[in-house]
Write a protein that binds this ligand. Sequence first.
Ligand code: PBG
Length: 327
Amino acid sequence: MTPTPLPAERPRRLRSTPAMRWLVTEHRTHPSDLVLPLFVREGIDEPVAIGSMPGVVQHTMDSLRRAAHEAADAGVGGLMLFGVPSVRDAVGSAATDPDGVLNAGLRALVEEVGDALVVMADLCLDEFTDHGHCGLLDGRGGVDNDGTLVRYQEMALAQAATGAHVLGLSGMMDGQVRAVRDALEGAGHTSTAVLAYSAKYATAFYGPFREAVDSQLTGDRATYQMDPANAREGLREATLDLAEGADLVMVKPAMSYLDVLADVARLSPVPVAAYQVSGEYAMIEAAAANGWIDRRRAIEETVLSIRRAGADVVLTYWATELARWLR
Ligand code: PBG
């Protein structure tokens, strides 16, 4: 046998002990990087389980308060609230009703944990419209961009009035960041921040969420959410949102779009968030329930991958549990 030259470099030296590995680790997840999405539903006395998202529920106002405290105690950085109203109509009236379920839930969260963590509001009409689209219909089967912007402005004012710290604009209408920023400034809500869902894709991975909010949608969102084939367009969306005044930008879903996330993170002068969505959650829970995957390692690794790709903030349904592990 010919003698093999000895390796000139030995990367294994830095993997030799747990202490060495911990010292040289490039990325860590901290509890305060995590945001927990929560659902509050009108007209229920007990939390309702979401079949496709084991461990996640639609909350009552009381259980919402408890979940918020658990997240705060675990050191989670923020909460993102979605509302499930009992009455829906064509324009999503419940979204702008100060006593509507989302606005009431936001007030409860601000009161309970508003000093400890960041309270975020989902700003979109899909949970509130009887047709399930994220905006107003134009009568020709389409979604009316500019008419919807007016509704988003009204929704923003109602949400800002609850004391919510961040409004998460997830509707993918053109010009939504500027429209909402203008409305907030005009009403004196100068400290209310805007998180722009900049690159939000029309993906299969929102499937379980539709059950979580009892979505009424027939058809799809392809005329406003992005085509999964497009990466460059994600940069364009993020660039536009930054120019319109976004305080944070987001890529969603996370795991199938880590390339887009890395690109956006490279160019963004503001913090970048990523949303590990319902389908990503359901896949890991289902595989773990079958004993096919190590649940905890899979959760830690996927969130770490999202951080490594460039996310400063990660929205994940495991936020509270993961935060406890990390402490
Ligand atoms: C729209 C919205 C959706 C999600 C968050 N905001 C659904 C959609 O666009 O169809 C999905 C979140 C998830 O799947 O976890 N308001």
